[in-house]
Design a protein around this ligand. Structure first.
Ligand SMILES: Cc1cc2nc3c(=O)[nH]c(=O)nc-3n(C[C@H](O)[C@H](O)[C@H](O)COP(=O)(O)O)c2cc1C
Ligand code: SF4
Length: 398
């Protein structure tokens, strides 16, 4: 059963996990077996890109280095996403447990929670949890009595830039530089923070690791679909009766989700935040899963009275503002898409200009340096495709 975390306060999976059961199980396992267990669970990163967690850890574990890091990405800047805030508020111990398990698996001695500036109020809470874990021997020297396993965690603050959620920009920012994405390769697992091998994982990914180690891979794989194992937290907002954070297994259809949140009358749903796709009502039987519509968890319900071009304009204004400007396709492409939407709204967009901008959007998807520019055309293109009639009729009537 899905659970509305904030509005009903019912039990959800994280509430059923016995404290430290995951950490104890992990520390009783060899490092290689631990990485294999996470790989076998099929856990895919919950931060949006969906990279297999076990594979990422395996790459980092294979690197030879005196110093390695585990970074918890708590930047949560994707519009419409607020599930990590809830996890950090209610289940910080589980996240720290997941970080400690990650540190053991890859051979890291320091974990860093990169907390978004808007969540500054959570910093004392997180420091308090960290301090209590140190006092209980769950962090620090010889964690849980395991000789030679030293692991501690600190909290570092972001400064409010969306692009700093991108893992290499995050690392630049941690090093004290402008938060601009790096060229890859090398990937952070090889050369990350201060050039050392670094695992960057989302808050929810790390909490899920602790749950998997506590309850086992078979339990985890009993939820979801063949290619998307487990359950997921979704941040649901917009034109629905019951916005909030929900837990659903992967594979739920958009229609099923809308029924749960009281958003049946929607004309569209934006899945995956501003960088995701806009799904029109005719496609509501599609599934939220890596094999159909992948998402970091943002679900924005768009009601029947909304102007779909307002939605596109809102997202594009965001991307124009948040592009770091480092590479040309993104720096110039986002303003062009915004211009096209403004012209469409005014019923004055020449068809050849629109065709050029669509081509430019395709170029951005393949030629931008980081995920921001690669994904910012998604909403624009899916709105043009899904709402061609509405846009055309409006232009004709304008
Ligand atoms: C512009 C941009 C913003 C991002 N913001 C976040 C974020 O706030 N939180 C997050 O976990 N991942 C974010 N990511 C994805 C990270 O780069 C990275 O893939 C993720 O932290 C890896 O964790 P995971 O494998 O556990 O999903 C962002 C990516 C891009 C391109
Ligand atoms: S795609 Fe955009 S945000 Fe990413 S590096 Fe290029 S300009 Fe910066």
């Amino acid at each position: 059963m899905p659970v509305i975390i904030e509005t009903q306060g019912n039990a959800l999976t994280y509430e059923t996990i016995e404290p430290e059961a995951g950490l104890k199980a992990a520390l009783a396992t060899s490092r290689a077996d631990l990485v294999d267990t996470i790989r076998d669970s099929g856990l895919m990163g919950r931060g949006g890109a969906g990279f297999p967690t076990g594979m990422k850890w395996g790459f980092c574990a294979a690197e030879k280095a005196d110093q390695k890091y585990v970074i918890c990405n708590a930047d949560e800047g994707e519009p419409g996403t607020f599930k990590d805030r809830v996890i950090l508020t209610r289940f910080a111990d589980l996240v720290l447990e997941g970080m400690t398990i990650g540190g053991y698996a890859v051979g890291a001695s320091l974990g860093i929670i990169y907390l978004r500036a808007e969540y500054t109020y959570l910093r004392p809470h997180l420091n308090d949890v960290i301090q209590k874990r140190r006092a209980a021997g769950l962090l620090g020297h010889d964690v849980c009595g395991v000789e030679g396993f030293d692991f501690d965690v600190i909290v570092a603050m972001g400064a409010g830039a969306y692009v700093c959620g991108e893992e290499t920009a995050l690392i630049e920012s941690l090093e004290g530089f402008r938060g601009e994405p790096r060229n890859r390769p090398p990937f952070p697992v090889v050369a990350g923070l201060l050039n050392n091998p670094t695992v960057v994982n989302n808050v929810e990914t790390l909490a899920s690791v602790a749950a998997i180690m506590a309850k086992g891979t078979e339990w985890f794989k009993s939820f979801g679909t063949d290619k998307s194992s487990g359950y997921k937290l979704f941040s649901v907002s917009g034109d629905c009766d019951k916005p909030g954070v929900y837990e659903f297994p992967w594979g739920i259809t958009v229609a099923e989700l809308l029924k749960e949140v009281g958003g049946e009358g929607a004309k569209a749903v934006q899945i995956g935040g501003a960088s995701g796709v806009c799904v029109p009502a005719r496609d509501f039987e599609r599934r939220l899963a890596f094999e159909d519509i992948p998402t970091g968890g943002s679900v924005m319900v768009i009601g029947p009275d909304r102007d779909i071009l307002d939605v596109a304009e809102n997202f594009l204004e965001f991307f124009v503002e948040e592009s770091c400007g480092q590479c040309t396709p993104c720096r110039l492409g986002n303003p062009q898409m915004l211009e096209a939407v403004k012209l469409l709204k005014a019923g004055a967009c020449p068809p050849e200009f629109l065709e050029n901008v669509k081509e430019l959007a395709g170029t951005m998807q393949v030629a931008s340096k980081c995920g921001l520019g690669q994904t910012s055309p998604s909403a624009f293109l899916s709105i043009l495709e899904g709402f061609g009639d509405e846009i055309h009729n409006r232009a004709a009537g304008a």
